[in-house]
Design a protein around this ligand. Structure first.
Ligand code: SF4
Length: 415
């Protein structure tokens, strides 16, 4: 083959490799038509440029009219958000989704015809240095069930997977840290969330302190000191002095987290149904959220719900720590935002909203939610936070407006 012929050959779309995964990933199978909260509901799917162009040329007699009706251009200059599949107004599902809960693109045209978003969801694959990793987003009910309820969910194993190159970001050495140093930080964080005898508050205080120091080492060009820093922090945890450190934090703003109650509105928008509506209605009712946003009542209900959760024997705390661990792994924390502290602020925002939701559910029930209810609440939280850009943007801006960008202020969210 000549060089020019080689140059014209399109790049490979797929790759197969051993991937490092938490064990729960190996057990995942899409529930298809049995799914209680299908990803095809209330999520306007982005269509990548190559798939968009393919769909525009589609001639299948059953698929073509559906695409003509629901596929629209979104941003012609974007490869990832080139088009989108609009929702069907009658049930807020993807316009192509059948009444049996199936995807006609996959059924009639095959998996290769799926957009990048539909092909990869709920999987998240990254190349970290020269290693491939995979985790799942917990906005999928089956992924949430497996990750949160199985005791061996976060044992790490190697397994063979095939994925698309276009949906596999490469995480390389950044901000003067070697990939080995970045990996060392990640291993420390994974162990932190697997260390028994620590509360989530203690873990998150430790994460905040570590992120602040990581940014500080960048500012002073001392990135090579990160190994010493991690050794000191490990000693602090092993000696138990982390407990005293957290006890000393200011607990005056015990209900700061209720600032997020404004995010839930008074009732769910029309397109929110079933599973999501159940949880959101429960949160509003438990917290007492009404149009005039009675913050004192909401705070009282939050404190009551939190107390119920604290007395539940640790189930809520355990499942929440697994949620946080999954997020840290999935996001390659703290290496995929402009700074470690920015990444930390986003993590605490999510944690604050999730705790508010769990406390609301507990307050509404009047007793500790069972595992299935906690899993459902975490899954719905992930669904609205990850699939509704307006919601997550607003949450983030609430913190900036409240000037909660510094570590000492952010810690108020942990109580
Ligand atoms: S949300 Fe998960 S289990 Fe449900 S249809 Fe989508 S991938 Fe399948």
């Amino acid at each position: 083959m000549t060089n020019s012929a080689q140059n014209k050959k399109s790049p490979p779309k797929y790759f197969s490799s051993l991937m490092l995964v938490p064990k729960y990933v190996t057990k995942f199978q899409c529930l298809g038509g049995e799914c209680p909260d299908t990803c095809c509901s209330t999520w306007t799917i982005n269509v990548d440029k190559a798939t968009f162009q393919r769909y525009r040329r589609e001639t299948h007699p059953e698929i073509k009219p559906l695409l003509q009706q629901f596929l629209v251009q979104e941003d012609k200059d974007s490869d990832v958000r080139h088009g989108k599949l609009n929702l069907r107004p009658s049930d807020s599902h993807c316009g192509l989704h059948t009444s049996e809960g199936m995807c006609p693109i996959q059924q009639k045209l095959g998996e290769d015809a799926l957009s990048d978003t539909c092909y990869v969801y709920p999987r998240h694959v990254v190349q970290f240095g020269d290693r491939f990793e995979q985790s799942l987003t917990l906005s999928c009910p089956e992924a949430a069930r497996l990750a949160l309820t199985q005791d061996d969910a976060f044992e790490f194993v190697s397994a063979d997977f095939t994925s698309r190159l276009a949906t596999t970001p490469v995480i390389a050495s950044t901000r003067g840290y070697s990939i080995e140093a970045m990996d060392e930080v990640r291993i420390f964080l994974i162990q932190l969330f697997q260390t028994a005898g620590l509360s989530n508050t203690e873990r998150l205080v430790t994460v905040g302190w570590l992120c602040q120091q990581i940014d500080h080492l960048v500012a002073s060009s001392m990135q090579s000191e990160v190994h010493t820093l991690l050794a000191e922090m490990t000693a602090m945890i092993e000696s138990g002095s982390i407990h005293e450190l957290v006890d000393q934090l200011n607990k005056q703003q015990a209900t700061s987290v209720t600032v997020f109650s404004i995010l839930f509105g008074v009732k769910s928008p029309q397109e929110v149904r079933d599973n999501q509506r159940d949880v959101l209605d429960r949160v509003r009712s438990g917290l007492g959220i009404t149009a005039d946003l009675p913050l004192e009542t909401i705070s009282d209900n939050y404190v009551r719900g939190s107390k119920i959760l604290a007395e539940d024997g640790g189930a809520g705390e355990k499942l929440t720590s697994r949620y946080l661990l999954n997020d840290l792994i999935r996001e390659t924390f703290p290496w995929t935002r402009a700074s470690a502290m920015e990444h930390y602020r986003k993590l605490l925002t999510r944690y604050g909203i999730l705790r508010l939701m769990l406390a609301g559910v507990a307050a509404e029930l009047g007793n500790a939610p069972d595992d299935a209810t906690i899993v459902q609440t975490i899954q719905v939280f992930c669904r609205i936070y990850q699939h509704n850009a307006a919601f997550s943007k607003r949450a983030e801006s609430l913190l900036v407006q409240s000037e909660w960008t510094q570590l000492d202020r952010l810690y108020a969210l942990l109580h």
